[in-house]
Design a protein around this ligand. Structure first.
Ligand SMILES: Cc1ncc(COP(=O)(O)O)c(C=O)c1O
Length: 401
């Protein structure tokens, strides 16, 4: 059991403090500050009575170890969840969550801004198992979402902001529509982490994290988590058990370790991200920055109302530019790597392709949409790197604005 810390109603512990002191009690394991990394399949019963009654805290490596418990309990506390289950990747966590609440014949509503492999999962595996998916405008209001409901609509999936396009969603309003119709609400909350947004407090039932990103924070592990409300917990636990999902103890430990420094890392990602985003917004090569924590962003009001912070991932629409000039930009910057992940210590930039995915509302961008992840480097160095990139882009494409 985690230690209990004295709090009073006037001064509950801040989430930054709680995440350092939940999940595991050092007194339970000889005073070691971190939990043991238990490699296990076989667990022996103490005696025949325990065996016959199957009554022992741990009985098999797949169904629980002190390492699994530590991360699950810490995240349950942070998410305000009835239970948390671990999955071998963020995408596996999405699959687990969706499969826990859907059956053949069900209808699913998914935001058009969803992480692309989640869309592929819906369009292939779920379709094959008899679940039909309708994609909706990410900026739909409550009435618009209600109009899409069918008698068999069983679940609604949210993601805010969208991974590549950064639209915000009114999570409480959309969740209320779904709940009133008996549907389960799922949300991919990887961008904010449970430190900056707690989905279960806003009507969501299944809150998903690609812990690969900010929770782990060092680009060296894949892991996913699903946190469930009371009403979704039983089905989540059953599906997790039935699928036989398991995460190796070393990977769980890396996520646990990352969690301990997540608050300070996120503060830096937020600050540097806003610095670079504001700088980009002032550049002639950029027509629009997509970052919900900038007051000019259409999602700002919702972000300000519901979220307590912003991470380091945002988008920038470049003015129309030739492919060759864009390649020059990408090949000139050196501190920004080109890579699909994010949430680690390093800065990244990629060209997003929302126009290839959208089915509910066609994507309307002015030019290439670039997705930036601002890492832990000095923001002045990052801006100087981008300046060099823009100079090379202009030299290669002198007519571009
Ligand atoms: C928003 C979002 N959800 C889920 C995932 C999937 O995580 P993983 O790569 O660990 O499967 C990603 C990965 O990029 C992501 O960006």
């Amino acid at each position: 059991m985690p230690p209990s810390h004295p709090t009073d109603e006037d001064r509950p512990l801040a989430p930054e403090t709680r995440l350092l002191h939940t999940g595991y009690d050092p007194r339970a394991y000889h005073g070691f500050v971190n939990p043991p990394v238990v490699h296990a399949s076989t667990v022996l019963f103490n005696d025949a009575a325990a065996h016959v009654a199957n009554a022992q805290k741990y009985t098999y490596g797949r169904t629980g170890t002190p390492t699994i418990d530590a991360l699950e309990l810490a995240l349950a506390e942070l998410e305000g969840a009835a239970t948390v289950r671990l999955a071998p990747s963020g995408l596996a966590a999405v699959s687990l969550a969706l499969m826990s609440c859907l059956s053949a014949g069900d209808h699913l509503l998914v935001t058009d801004s969803i992480y692309a492999p989640t869309r592929r999962l819906c369009d292939t595996v779920l379709k094959r198992f008899g679940v039909e998916t309708t994609y909706y405008d990410p900026e739909v209001d409550a009435d618009g979402l209600a109009a899409l409901f069918r008698p068999n609509t069983r679940a609604v999936m949210l993601e805010a902001p969208g991974t590549a396009t950064f639209e915000m969603q009114d999570v409480p309003a959309l969740s209320a529509v779904a709940r009133a119709r008996g549907a389960v609400v799922l949300m991919d909350n990887t961008w904010a982490t449970p430190l900056f947004f707690r989905p279960l407090e806003h009507g969501v039932d299944l809150s998903i994290q690609a812990a690969t990103k900010y929770i782990s924070g060092h680009s060296d592990v894949l892991i996913g988590t699903v946190a469930a409300s009371e009403r979704a917990a039983h089905d989540l636990t059953a599906m997790h058990r039935n699928l036989g999902l398991h995460v190796g103890p070393d990977d769980i430990y890396l996520a646990w370790r990352g969690l301990k420094t997540m608050a300070v890392r996120l503060a830096r990602h937020q600050e540097s991200g806003l610095t670079v985003a504001r700088w980009l917004a002032g550049r002639p090569e950029v027509t629009r920055v997509r970052h919900p924590a900038l007051p000019e962003d259409p999602g700002y009001a919702i972000w300000k109302r519901d979220f307590t912070g912003a991470s380091g991932l945002f988008g920038a629409d470049f003015a129309p530019v030739s492919d060759a000039a864009l390649r020059r930009f990408l090949d000139t910057v050196t501190l920004f790597g080109m890579g699909y992940s994010w949430g680690g210590f390093e800065s990244l930039v990629i060209k997003a392709r929302p126009e290839e995915a959208r089915t509910a509302v066609p994507w309307r961008g002015t030019g290439p949409l670039m997705r930036f992840h601002i890492g832990l480097e000095d923001p002045g160095d990052l801006i100087a790197d981008l300046e060099r990139g823009f100079a090379a882009m202009a030299a290669s494409d002198p007519d571009a604005e």
